[in-house]
Design a protein. Structure first.
Length: 154
């Protein structure tokens, strides 16, 4: 799942929950619910494995982070200043599981037991609710989810 979809869910949550800590927690747990949207990552992973992996990852992740940043910037520019901490907290919470998982998965940088347990939990949960769809359909599902969330936010 692209970070921008999780970020949009977090922004929506942050606009609804005025308490930043609670917004963060709901954003964090929303990550696992949003991951149930079919996203066709298997084909993307195969593409990433074919030559130039780090460059492809950098480009895909860079574009995704840029879109996520634009969503957050647009959202906080349209709300009362008192809502900003909750929006930022929920947006961060909504992407945190992937921020923990990516370095482990892509670079295998840590063997710390608690992190390993979390990564396994995250992976197993995704596998349990995984819907095998092509990247084309998964991408379409993600775009539609992002558009729906954007309509709720803006």
């Amino acid at each position: 799942m692209f970070l921008s979809v999780h970020t949009a869910a977090g922004i929506f949550i942050g606009k609804q929950i005025p308490n930043p800590f609670l917004a963060f927690m709901v954003g964090f747990f929303s990550h696992f619910i949003v991951d149930m949207v079919p996203h066709g990552d298997d084909e993307l992973n195969l593409w990433l494995e074919k030559g130039g992996r780090r460059i492809k990852i950098r480009n895909v992740v860079g574009l995704d982070i840029a879109l996520s940043s634009a969503l957050v910037s647009a959202a906080i520019s349209r709300v009362d200043i008192r809502c900003i901490p909750s929006i930022l907290a929920a947006a961060f919470g909504s992407v945190l599981p992937d921020l923990v998982w990516w370095p482990w998965k892509i670079f295998e940088i840590s063997k710390e037991k608690l992190l390993f347990k979390f990564v396994n939990f995250h992976h197993n949960l995704q596998e349990k609710f995984k819907r095998n769809v092509s990247f084309k359909y998964g991408f379409a599902f993600q775009v539609l989810t992002l558009i729906g969330l954007a309509l709720l936010i803006f």
